[in-house]
Design a protein around this ligand. Structure first.
Ligand SMILES: [Zn+2]
Length: 80
């Protein structure tokens, strides 16, 4: 075995999750999520078409999780 292992510098790709999401109603990238950590609720709103919803979430949740729940709700509404 040849000596010390070289420390590989791993470039950490910090995936920045965009806080603006695509609106399922109008298709614009205009969804903003306001998280209220005190009550574990998030307010989702589209600045283009005005669609909005309040999502309750269980911590720890990321904005993406909240967005996914919003999408789930949307699909349930539209599929019934
Ligand atoms: Zn919209």
């Amino acid at each position: 075995m040849g000596g010390k292992r070289r420390r590989k510098i791993i470039k950490r790709v910090i995936k920045r999750i965009p806080s603006i999401f695509i609106c399922p109603y109008c298709g614009n990238r205009s969804i903003t999520i306001e998280v209220n950590e005190k009550v574990n609720e998030a307010f989702i709103r589209c600045s283009k078409c005005g669609a909005n919803d309040t999502i309750k979430y269980a911590p720890p949740s990321e904005e993406v999780d909240i967005y996914n729940r919003f999408m789930d709700k949307y699909y349930k509404e539209t599929s019934s």
